[in-house]
Every structure is written in structure tokens, then in C-alpha cells.
Design a protein around this ligand. Sequence first.
Ligand code: DGI
Ligand code: FE
Ligand code: FE
Ligand code: FE
Length: 187
Amino acid sequence: MDKEKALEIIKSQLPEKRYIHTLGVVETAVKLANKYGANPKKAELAAIFHDYAKYRPVSEMRSIVIEHKMDPNILKYGRELLHAPVGAFLVKKEVGIEDEETLNGIRYHTTGRPYMSLLEKIIYIADYIEPNRTFKGVEEVRVLAEEDLDLALVTSIANTVHFLLKKQQPVFPDTLATYNHLILKEE
Ligand code: DGI
Ligand code: FE
Ligand code: FE
Ligand code: FE
């Protein structure tokens, strides 16, 4: 699918602010893909569609998780986790993107997972550091992403866990497993 068509589709799914965030993720993901040797077209497509399901009703996302036998544990951990795996599912079904590497970039962009592919890491980090993000700690991760992708990734996950702990929000096991995987430098 060409970029113009993809942008037209995603624009119809998102409010203006989230569309602008998406353009920032696209720009950042393509830059990182070129720098670290991932496929820039896949990075572009995964970035464009990474938040595809973000504004679907929670009831619809929950039904999809149950009906299509996705990990039911995410149902307990709050609505924010749903849009990533449900997004991958809907992008395949409604947009027709079949490439599993691209879909996995979407599927794991919120929690990560152990043994993430280069493309998955790039989408996770691009989502975190795109130019419109302003939260505390983002500048440090922007600098790290220039030299060490895994260090940028583990730092952004640590920041996210810290944010969740401070708000007494539950931390999804995959988020912690991803953190441990990177800290333990498992190959
Ligand atoms: O969709 P975006 O806002 O662009 O970014 P995202 O998909 O990375 O989602 C970020 C949100 O997800 C943020 O509110 C924190 C939440 N989140 C990330 N990991 C976990 C989590 N929420 C819970 N409960 N548990 C997690 O492990
Ligand atoms: Fe997201
Ligand atoms: Fe994220
Ligand atoms: Fe996002």
C-alpha cells in the first residue's frame, strides 16, 4: 500500500491530535529504520497504523480479544493495552495488511515482548520519542536512540513502569518480562 493511501485511511480513524502524533511516529520510525538497518517501508506502514484501534469503543476491543482468543490477561490490565493487539487484528482485517513483521510492530508497540525484532523495537521507541512527545525523560531517550537502541528501549520501558507504579496502576507481565529480558541481556 502506498503512503498517501495509508495516511488517508488512518486520518479517517483518528482525531487531529492523534493523527499529528502518528506523523511524528512515522518520521521517527523511518529515520531509525534507515539508521539501524530495518526495512523503512515496513517501519513506515507499521508506524502509520500503530494506533489504528485507539479510538474504538472498549466494548468492541474486549469482544475482539475474547472472540479471537488473544491473551485474555490484557482484559484485566486497563483499556490502554487493548488497542495494540486489537489494532494489529483490525489492520489485517479491515486494511488488508498481511505482512506479519509489520503487524507485530503494531501488536507489541505498547507492552513490548522478550526477543523483540528490530522493527518492533523501532516502533516502540518511535512512539515514545516522536517530536510531539513532551513528558519527563523523553529527551534522554531521544539521545540514547542515536547510539544504542536497546538502551533507549530499556530506558523507555523503565520510565513507563515507573509512571505506572507512581499511579498504582497494574504492570502487565509482558512489560516486565521485556524489561527483564533487556536487563539480563538474554540472547
Ligand atoms: O497509544 P499511545 O498513547 O501513543 O502510546 P502506547 O500505545 O505506548 O500507550 C501508552 C499507554 O499504555 C500509557 O497510558 C501507559 C499504558 N501502558 C503501557 N504499558 C502498560 C500500560 N498500562 C498498564 N496498565 N500496564 C502496562 O504494562
Ligand atoms: Fe499506542
Ligand atoms: Fe509506547
Ligand atoms: Fe502512539
